[in-house]
Design a protein around this ligand. Structure first.
Ligand code: 8YV
Length: 321
């Protein structure tokens, strides 16, 4: 029997054997290998009903418009700021992501970053490796304690909630800022992000990315967080005004930053690399064996569901991650 044809925008190499698993079940056109992408779509993809992509490779309006029979976009990853969802939905194309399965791993990384930055783990590690044990006595400033402090979560969606829940294990007070307050949680709601930042010792960013949240964490928010506050970002680099963050960190007006995402990935400002009160990771929130397998499984489930019933298992219906 012929395998159903799909168009794959990019490799899903972030999950073990993902491309092979897809190729076993589908005839996958490998868009990312095309030397002339527009001609490739015109000559080989006019019958394509399903696109598979990822949070990283996305799907533009131009690609959507080049595929007259497109019905579904299936994406690996929870973030969908790289996909023109509004354009797709306006054409009646359903879009799905891989929500929930990565909540706990992304929340774990947010906490690893928070603890790592507050307790200066990377700084200590760098000094030991450089045989500068004595620097510990000479230069290591005392760290702020983490437990019993105030945790502010920007965006109390699925991932934000998993981050907030972990705060209880550290006996923390938890507050959050969202578009709307939630009636199903007991955390303190701040309708002003500046007020949340002023209240917080640790401000963790867990919102959706894209135009609606661009530079939500702007200079006034960072100034309100202040010289003893630490900002953690596991969402999208665009949510923080990175230029303002670098400037305020270098002036000592923000206490520290722990970042898994950056405004212009893979570019990371050189100034950040020089700062001991900053911890940097290369966008790996979901990158554990179990979670990456679960993300692939959900992509395969969505594909299977589309070809069996014409519907998707995890369509994007609201603005949360
Ligand atoms: C990344 C993510 O895709 O799911 C998302 O939205 O950002 C992550 O899963 C992954 O870390 C590769 O960059």
């Amino acid at each position: 029997m012929n395998k159903p044809r799909i168009l794959q925008i990019g490799s899903l190499s972030g999950s073990p054997n993902a491309d092979q698993s897809i190729a076993q079940r589908y005839e996958a056109l490998e868009y990312w290998k095309a030397t002339e992408p527009a001609a490739f779509l015109r000559d080989q993809a006019q019958d394509i009903e399903v696109v598979v992509t990822s949070a990283m490779t996305g799907c533009t309006a131009a690609v959507i418009d080049a595929l007259p029979r497109l019905r579904a976009i299936i994406s690996w990853g929870v973030g969908y700021d790289s996909i023109d969802v509004a354009h797709a939905q306006a054409r009646g194309i359903v879009v799905c992501n891989t929500p929930d399965v990565l909540n706990d791993c992304v929340a774990d990384l947010a906490w690893a970053l928070l603890l790592g930055c507050a307790r200066q783990i990377a700084w200590g590690d760098r000094n030991i490796r450089a045989n500068r044990w004595a620097a510990r006595a000479a230069g290591l400033p005392l760290a702020p304690r983490v437990h019993h402090k105030k945790l502010g979560v920007v965006g109390l969606g699925r991932i934000g909630e998993a981050i907030a829940r972990r705060g209880f294990g550290f006996d923390m007070e938890v507050g959050y800022h969202n578009r709307n307050p939630r009636s199903d949680v007991s955390y303190a709601y701040f309708d002003s992000l500046v007020d949340l930042a002023a209240w917080s010792d640790f401000l963790v960013v867990a919102t959706v990315g894209g135009a609606s949240t661009r530079h939500l964490v702007c200079e006034p928010v960072l100034r309100a967080l202040g010289p003893s506050g630490i900002v953690v970002n596991i969402a999208r680099g665009t949510v923080i005004d990175e230029t303002a963050l670098v400037r305020l960190l270098s002036q000592g007006l923000v206490g520290g930053a722990a970042l898994d995402v950056f405004e212009h990935e893979p570019r990371v400002p050189d100034e950040l690399k020089q700062m001991d009160n900053v911890v940097l990771m290369p966008h790996v929130g979901s990158a554990t064996i179990e979670t990456r397998l679960a993300m692939l499984d959900l992509v395969l489930e969505n594909l299977q569901s589309y070809f069996a019933t014409g519907t998707l298992v995890t369509p994007i219906v609201d603005q949360r991650v």
